[in-house]
Design a protein. Structure first.
Length: 146
């Protein structure tokens, strides 16, 4: 994440100005267990992002491919961000899913997140959808399902 610019540019002292906050805006569970679960999810997803095969990623980016990574594996490969994102969402979405978070990258087409969000609101009224402007470089969209 840091090497890939996921936390933004570092200061001269080597640290990023990015501050993190967990927003427990859904009253699905008690506050403390919810916060703990959120922290564990952030740690797990950060670890998974660090496991991505950077050489394979660079080769795919050079070729213009769009990669959908699920649990550290390149699960979907295509040429269209919307199609790959839709396929990744289908793989991640379970019948018990309650929340989908879409984080839009720097310079990414926002219509992809809007289309996914609209589809979910129509097909899965039981799932809350949140879209954030993440600003991450190299990654047009992060999709998380809880």
């Amino acid at each position: 994440m840091i090497r890939g610019g996921g936390y933004g540019p570092a200061n001269p002292d080597g640290h990023s100005d990015v501050a993190f906050m967990l927003d427990q805006c859904h009253n699905v569970e008690d506050k403390i267990p919810g916060q703990i679960r959120s922290v564990l999810n952030v740690q797990e997803m950060t670890a998974r992002a660090l496991l991505v095969d950077r050489d394979a990623l660079a080769a795919a980016q050079e070729a213009g491919d769009v990669l959908g990574v699920v649990s550290g594996d390149f699960a979907v490969v295509g040429s269209d961000v919307a199609e790959v994102a839709d396929a990744v969402l289908d793989r991640l979405l379970s019948p018990t899913a309650e929340l989908v978070t879409l984080v839009v990258g720097d310079g990414a087409d926002h219509t992809v997140a809007q289309t996914l969000s609209r589809r979910l609101r129509e097909e899965r009224v039981d799932v809350d959808v949140v879209v954030y402007e993440g600003g991450q470089e190299n990654y047009p969209l992060f999709v998380a399902v809880e």
